[in-house]
Each structure stands twice: as C-alpha cells, then as structure tokens.
Design a protein around this ligand. Structure first.
Ligand code: NAP
Length: 264
C-alpha cells in the first residue's frame, strides 16, 4: 500500500532530509508540500530538493482541501506546527509531528481532537531511536538514583529551551524518581540561571552553540558514584528512521501518541 504524504517545512534542515527520505521510500509518495515562500511552484523548483513534479502550497487549509493524503509531516515552528496539526486532523489526515515547543494545553487539545476524530497522530520531540533509548535508560536509572542533572546541547538556531527531549526525559524520570529538591538547601545563585531550569527538583541546563546538532547527557549521582547516559545526533539523518517508523505506525492508530517510545 502506498502512503500519500503532505510535508510542511520542506526548505528547513529537517524538512529537506525528510523530503529525500520520503522520495526514497518505495511505499511513500510525496503528494504536496506546504511552504510559505514557494506557493504555486513545484518541489523541483526549490533549491536542494529532488526534481519532483509535486505541488507546493502556501496555504495549509487550501492544501489539505485540494490534495488527498494519508499522513501529514510537520517540521516547522511551534505556532505554525500546532495550527497545521489541528487542521490536518480536521481534514482527516494523520499528523506525524517533529516540530518541538508545543505547550501542554496544545498537546491536550490535539489529543482530544485525535481521539474524537478516531485518527492516529504522533508528536515526537526526538525521532532518533538512540535518544529514545537514552530516555528509557534514564527512567530505569532514576529508580535507584534520586539526584540527576540533564545537560542538553543544540545548535544555536534552535528556538525552544529546554529542548523537548530534555523536558520529556525529566517527565519520564519524574515517574520513577522519588521527589527530591536537589543541591544544598541553602544554595544561592550569584548569577541568575547558574543552576539551570528546575523541574520537580531536578535541574536542566541548555547549551546553544554553532556546530552542534542535538546532544544530551543525563548524569545521576549518589555517594561514591556517578552514572552518565549520553546520546549524540551527529546529523539530521539520525531522525529519519523514527519518522519513517511513525508514518507507517500512525496509519493503524486511533489516537495521539506523544513520544516515539510509545510506538517502539
Ligand atoms: P529550520 O531549518 O529552521 O526549518 C524550519 C522550517 O519552518 C523552514 O522551512 C521555515 O521556513 C519554516 N517556517 C518557519 N517559520 C514559519 C512560519 N511562520 N510559517 C511557515 N513556515 C515557517 O529548522 P529545523 O532544524 O529543520 O527544525 C524544524 C523543527 O523540527 C523545529 O521545531 C525543531 O526543533 C524540530 N526538530 C525536531 C527533531 C525531532 O526529532 N523531533 C529533530 C530536529 C529538529 P522559512 O525559511 O520561511 O522561515
């Protein structure tokens, strides 16, 4: 069976990689793209993309109404990605969303919409399988170590901080870890933010530097020992296996899954 796909954000770093992945998969077919700067053109007219006679729409509503598709992939920015995802569900198309930075309210609203529409929807802050394992291993370790700090490092074009992966890791750790407010009870920051962001007593530190892609280290400590669990995405190809898996999986789902770990 061929899965027809609409993709938003084809000029972006993730989008370009995903267009190429979809184009190379024999069971996937790119049927349209949504791009705010190239409405009315074809994919072949956009620099860096394969020579495909696939229409590009500027307006998502127009695209979803005009083109019949099974799955919608969003790799844009949070405000637009949220709007696109909602619109896709309203048009009976299953979203696979890599865009990060959605609020809890937005996620809840999309979950309700997917459920009431009986449609699958996958929103994953990290599509790299290794990163999902890092989160799972961290959740396992948190049962035995209540002191943990998360250090996430990304390229300096990233809009949201902390990363969706760091927040998701902290949420998973919270489910296994006994609550603890970490550090010295009287500790004081002499420069604001020195201890990073606090979530449920844990600390998350965000590093932004050119040259980085997506990296995270979760460090646990207890008397006499530390345990580090680390994952590095060296390029954006690392996310494509997870997107491929999600496109196939979302076809058989009837509600929203947040995080790739729910379908692995
Ligand atoms: P990027 O290179 O900046 O690409 C973003 C794309 O979104 C561009 O094509 C951009 O077009 C478009 N865009 C920006 N603002 C827009 C707007 N207001 N309306 C319509 N389109 C708009 O970013 P990226 O590195 O590809 O990342 C894309 C998203 O994926 C981000 O949210 C990032 O955090 C996330 N991400 C997720 C994973 C994962 O595994 N889930 C991994 C890496 C990244 P313009 O050039 O016109 O601005």
């Amino acid at each position: 069976m061929t899965i027809n796909i609409i993709l938003a954000g084809p000029r972006g770093r993730m989008g370009q990689e995903a267009v190429n992945m979809v184009n190379q998969e024999s069971d996937f077919k790119l049927v349209a793209c949504i791009d705010r700067k190239n409405g009315g053109k074809e994919v072949k007219d956009i620099a860096g993309l394969p020579p495909l006679h696939v229409p590009v729409y500027e307006n998502a509503k127009e695209c979803f109404e005009a083109v019949k598709a099974d799955v919608f992939i969003d790799l844009t920015v949070p405000e637009v990605g949220y709007y696109h995802t909602k619109l896709a569900l309203e048009n009976n198309i299953r979203p696979v969303v890599g865009t990060t930075g959605f609020t809890d309210e937005q996620l809840n609203e999309l979950a309700e919409l997917a459920k009431s529409s009986n449609l699958g929807c996958i929103i994953a802050p990290n599509f790299a399988v290794g990163a999902v394992l890092m989160m799972k291993f961290s959740q396992m370790a948190a049962k035995y170590f209540s002191d943990v700090e998360i250090i996430e490092k990304h390229h300096d074009r990233k809009l949201d901080a902390p990363s969706g992966t760091a927040k998701k890791t902290a949420e998973l750790i919270r489910q296994s870890r006994e609550y603890k407010k970490q550090g010295h009870p009287d500790e004081e920051e002499t420069i604001r933010g020195a201890r990073g962001a606090e979530m449920d007593g844990m600390h998350i530190h965000s590093v932004r530097l050119p040259g980085l892609v997506a990296h995270q280290e979760v460090i646990f400590g207890s008397p006499g020992q530390t345990l580090s669990i680390k994952h590095d995405s060296l390029n954006r190809e690392s996310f494509m296996d997870g997107i491929k898996l999600s496109v196939n999986h979302v076809m058989d789902m009837k509600e929203l899954a947040y995080g790739l770990e729910n379908i692995l």
